[in-house]
Design a protein around this ligand. Structure first.
Ligand code: AMP
Length: 426
């Protein structure tokens, strides 16, 4: 038997109702903040991720699904392509390619699958889904403003509240500008030199290649060492410090609670200044539901114009896991089960189903070979509110037996009044 590939999974009903619920809420909330949808391709040139996410990151170093595209001519080398491991790079590429800066500040959101070859576990998949957004534009459009950071964070809080997720924590940090980072990296490298040998294998590698990543370490024995390392907060220049203070001040005024966390450095190279993460207690080890931050130099590093930006990506798989709602509660059940009873009744039943569906009713259609008892059982099992019985007498009278499956009450309803009655307005 062929099974879904390790780290991928099928999303089945009724659970997909929760996914739709989350996505509909996202579209609705983002709309209120004047965001619009963007859809970029699922694969891009490998270079795009190497140059934006960063060669030294875990994602690019070991987690990408990369292949060589078939060459056009035999002498050509095939182009290296990669399934997108995240969507910010694609959005910024599109921003540059379509000169979106000519249209002023861009507020874009996306919903879709991402691919990383990580070790699968609960809440971690190789194909997973992200809901994300980016605010990006020329500095003259205000894209650098701390007001944008605060707005994005407030939008996220509103979105989580809308989903009934209340016990979240917003961790906030500033990772500074590239200049601050260079000085900080040097200080870190120095501080790590005498202690790296006592740390886990990953940290020993990080200490050399990408010292910042040491802060991602979860190994308990390493924590006392990490606690003593210098922090980026001590290295912020005047501009970054002021920017970060203003973000915090706005958040305080609009009442968005946050916790400063100067260990929060985020996994990708392109982050500058504000970095954040929302976590959720109930999720266990993989407790980060979303992360994001500023990426003020990303456009330039991809050959574009200066285009400061800030964005986030929500892990939709984890978000769905943390919902209190059950799939059954958000799934739309059939309003009516149509039961053709007796030979020759399928046609009339199909006609009625067609009419009722045009009134935005969810109608399920039975088959004339079913007995009355079986029809009603089937209807109840799928949670239909009504059963509509189509027999020869009903067709003759042009009035049909409508049974309320909650109360058991049954009435005869003329055809012209059926839709209104089922909608509950009649
Ligand atoms: P990142 O793009 O790494 O900042 O991730 C943003 C969010 O995507 C995280 O907070 C997670 O919720 C989610 N995420 C990242 N990687 C995975 C994965 N392999 N499986 C499921 N969710 C993930």
């Amino acid at each position: 038997m062929i099974k879904a590939v390790r780290g991928t999974r099928d999303l089945l009903p009724p659970e997909t109702a929760l996914w739709n619920f989350v996505e509909a809420a996202a579209r609705d909330v983002f709309r209120a903040y004047n965001f619009q949808e963007i859809r970029t391709p699922i694969f891009e040139e490998t270079q795009l991720f190497a140059r934006s996410v960063g060669e030294e990151t875990d994602i690019v170093a070991k987690e990408m699904y990369t292949w060589e595209d078939r060459a056009r001519a035999q002498s050509d080398k095939g182009l290296s392509l990669t399934l997108r491991p995240e969507n910010t790079a694609g959005v910024v590429r599109a921003y540059i390619e379509h000169k979106l800066w000519e249209r002023g500040l861009q507020k874009l959101y996306y919903i879709g699958p991402q691919f990383r070859r990580e070790r699968p576990q609960k809440g971690r998949y190789r194909q997973f889904y992200q809901i994300g957004a980016e605010v990006i534009g020329p500095p003259t459009a205000g894209s650098e403003s701390p007001a944008r950071d605060a707005e994005v964070l407030e939008m996220l809080a509103t979105f989580l509240d809308r989903l009934g997720i209340t016990d979240w924590t917003l961790g906030l940090n500033s990772v500074g500008c590239p200049n601050d980072r260079a000085v900080f990296n040097e200080a870190l490298r120095k501080a790590l030199e005498p202690v790296a040998a006592k740390m886990c294998a990953d940290c020993q590698r990080r200490a050399v290649n990408n010292p910042l990543r040491v802060f991602d370490c979860k190994v308990p024995a390493d924590q006392p060492i990490i606690d003593k390392l210098p922090r980026i907060s001590q290295f912020l220049d005047e501009g970054c410090r002021k920017h970060f203070t203003e973000v915090q001040e706005i958040l305080k005024v609009i009442g968005i609670p946050f916790t400063l966390n100067d260990r929060l450095v985020r996994g990708l190279d392109y982050y500058t200044r504000t970095a954040f993460e929302f976590t959720h207690g109930a999720l266990g080890a993989q407790n980060a539901i979303l992360g994001g931050g500023r990426y003020d130099g990303l456009s330039e590093s991809l050959g574009g114009p200066q285009a400061p930006g800030i964005g986030f990506a929500i892990g939709e798989d984890r978000l769905v896991m943390s919902l209190k709602e059950s799939a059954d509660a958000v799934a739309r059940k059939p309003d009516v089960y149509i039961a053709p009873l007796g030979e020759g009744m399928n046609r009339e039943a199909a006609r009625l189903a067609h009419e009722l569906r045009r009134h935005d009713l969810v109608a399920e259609l039975g088959d004339e070979s079913f007995r009355p008892k079986k029809s009603l059982e089937t209807a109840s099992k799928m949670g239909a509110r009504y059963a509509l019985i189509i027999g020869e007498n009903e067709v003759k009278a042009n009035a049909f037996a409508l049974k309320n499956l909650e109360t058991g009450e049954q009435v005869s309803v003329p055809r012209s009044e059926l839709a209104r009655k089922i909608q509950g307005n009649g």
